[in-house]
Design a protein around this ligand. Structure first.
Ligand code: HEM
Length: 420
């Protein structure tokens, strides 16, 4: 009998995010794609096979536009993550609208522009390292809320001309609330309100005093409201573009740097390969993204026609949704070999990971993220011996979200190294 989304044994996606790798293994044992449920009982296909994930990402009959999802109404109306699913940003746009919105910002994230930013990223990292060093070797430091947060947040907020440190911290705290499964509906609404306030204030200020930043460039592309010109994007799209990139630019990178630091710290043999120059920090990023992606899942891809998933006997019907468990696809032995789950820096081909997605919506900030993460890791592990603070790493819970894959904290001690 054909497996359908009405399957009574549909799996409820674990709200604690604790065992996405275990879930992924179980899903692959059943063919790589199974029926699952989101909050409110909204049915979705859960995908943990690299091949099927890549197929869906790249398929023209899958869309990110939630108007193609019949079961959207089942999601609790005030579920905090629902805002992300429905927002009118490039992430959920398709066709000409998607191209128009992407084109407005791609210029800021090309490989060449990222190269131009590299010295600044290094300088920021070194300043932050000096602060860590000042704390002394006995201090217990949470890398996720300090170094790994401050670097990408500074880079991305500088690009948008958001200088106020309080506003930066408000963004980080409230984005976190919006994606957490532990956030109540009331907290979620308050968090979205604060985000709107911070971003709204930024837009107002840049309208009055434009600068050499992306917010000002987007306002210029928007055109003059008073004159009634529509320009290249609507007021809502202006807001949502900034909302999306400020979030996507820092949270993902911060969490990835945290996962990769943990991997290097837990695998001294692999760290030695990097320190001896046998493999590069770029390789650390590639293998880290494959083995311990900071993205738990995409929310969601919708079929605009019936699409047969070849080799599985499953057809995703028009207006059904698929959630690709990105973190789990990185451990797929069919793609990455029998030791796919091991942090092996000699692995060739890790770059085919799906951590940056694939297809039309592939991450705009991939080159920037790669450079920020490789720089951050190199500066940290060149300067310090990084050790887990006693008894912490294994017991630290994962962030309870369907969006990110990261432990809540990474508590370490940092001892300056004598040789670089
Ligand atoms: C480790 C860091 C990062 C990871 C793992 C990551 C991951 C992803 C993934 C998986 C997607 C595709 C989503 C989908 O198809 O559903 C995406 C899209 C996107 N990312 Fe990133 N990202 C990272 C860093 C960044 C940075 C630094 C920026 C800042 C510019 C950024 C901006 C975006 C934007 C704007 C999109 C939407 C693209 C579109 O819809 O066309 N990301 N990212």
């Amino acid at each position: 009998m054909e497996l359908t989304l009405a399957d009574p044994e549909a799996v409820v996606l674990d709200p604690t995010g604790a065992d996405v790798m275990g879930d992924g293994k179980r899903i692959r044992e059943k063919g790589g794609i199974i029926p699952g449920l989101l909050p409110g009982g909204a049915p979705v296909w859960l995908v943990a096979s690299h091949k099927i994930g890549r197929f869906i990402f790249g398929h023209p009959d899958f869309s990110r536009d939630p108007k193609h999802w019949l079961a959207l109404k089942k999601l609790p109306a005030r579920w905090p993550l629902r805002r992300m699913i429905e927002m009118e940003s490039m992430l959920n746009a398709e066709g000409a609208d998607h191209k128009r919105l992407r084109r407005l910002v791609t210029g800021a994230f090309t490989a060449q522009r990222v190269e131009e930013l590299r010295p600044r990223i290094k300088e920021l990292a070194r300043n932050l390292i000096a602060e860590l060093e000042a704390a002394g070797p006995d201090a217990v430091i949470d890398l996720r809320s300090t170094y790994n947060f401050q670097l990408p947040m500074s880079v991305i907020c500088d690009l948008f001309g958001l200088a106020d440190p309080t506003a930066r911290q408000q963004l980080a705290d409230n984005y976190q609330l919006v994606i957490s499964n532990e956030t109540s509906e009331e907290q979620g609404e308050a968090a979205n309100k604060t985000l709107s306030h911070v971003i709204g204030t930024l837009i107002r200020e840049k309208r009055q005093n434009p600068g050499e930043d992306l917010t000002s460039a987007l306002i210029a592309a928007r055109g003059d409201e008073a004159g009634g010109t529509q320009g290249l994007l609507s007021e809502k799209e202006l807001f949502e573009t900034i909302f999306t990139i400020l979030f996507a630019g820092h949270e993902t990178t911060r969490n990835f740097q945290t996962n990769a630091s943990d991997l290097l710290m837990q695998h001294p043999d692999q760290l030695a390969l990097v320190r001896e120059g046998q493999v590069s920090y770029d390789r650390v990023v590639d293998v880290g993204m494959q083995v311990e992606s900071s993205i738990l899942s995409t929310m969601c891809y919708y079929a605009t026609k019936d699409v047969e998933i070849v080799g599985t006997g499953i057809t995703i019907r028009k207006n059904e949704a698929a959630v690709i468990l990105i973190a789990a696809t990185g451990r797929d032995p069919e793609q990455f070999g029998p030791n796919a789950d091991q942090f092996d820096l000699t692995r060739e081909g890790a770059k085919r990971h799906l951590s940056f997605g694939h297809g039309a919506h592939r991450c705009i900030g991939a080159a920037l993220a790669q450079t920020m993460a490789a720089t951050a890791l190199e500066e940290l592990f060149t300067r310090f011996d990084v050790q887990p603070a006693p008894g912490t790493s294994e017991i630290e819970p994962w962030e309870p979200t369907f969006s990110s894959h990261v432990k809540r904290r990474l508590l370490v001690t940092l001892t300056p190294r004598t040789a670089g």
